[in-house]
Design a protein around this ligand. Sequence first.
Ligand code: ADP
Length: 222
Amino acid sequence: MRVLMVAPPGAGKGTQGAVIATHFGIPHIATGDLLRDHVARRTALGRAVQAHLDKGELVPDEIVLDMVQEALTAVAATGGGYVLDGVPRNMAQARATYQIGLELGMTADVALHLKADDRELKRRLLARAALEGRSDDTEEAIEHRLRLYHELTHPIVAWYGERGILVTVDAMRPADQVGREILAALEVMSSFVDHVPEQSRRAVDLTGLGAAFGEMTTDPSR
Ligand code: ADP
């Protein structure tokens, strides 16, 4: 199963990426984690990107795309499944990631879009700031990351919709519920992806699923 995730900060990419990776026994490639690791180890790359990360700016495309190329090439040698988390973040990265996938014969089967509103995202990120102290979980950097998501990243969602590989889930609910829904959808899809050509697929919107089963509230405390 080859999955990439498109989601705003705080929607649960890291959490759900790990759930998917464990379930399917595939590597979880998280560009944010890779970049933070470079910063922590004070590598030349880490020193070059630290200011971007702290301010909530995107790091230059070439840096991230080199990482993706390297990670996917390594994955190609080990079976080819993956969960890409944090990339693409703009249209140029989306096209380049597709190109890398084409060259390696391993384009994504599913683009997973985690949908949540800004108020909830801000609440989660500020709560995480108190626990983890990530340098970009300040109020100012959070606002900026959300702005960049709406401006640059969200427009990619429509592109995956047109390609028929988009799966949208409601990420406003507790992580375990979201995770179960994602795994159920991916399990169903995994039996089709190898046989059904991309041109014949349609986007899947699961955001109404909870409501369809009488789940009237998205507030877990009620
Ligand atoms: P979040 O989605 O909460 O912002 P991530 O760990 O995915 O968390 O990303 C953290 C930071 O890493 C981003 O704000 C950005 O500075 C950098 N980053 C990660 N992925 C990319 C990417 N594909 N392109 C540019 N910058 C990236």
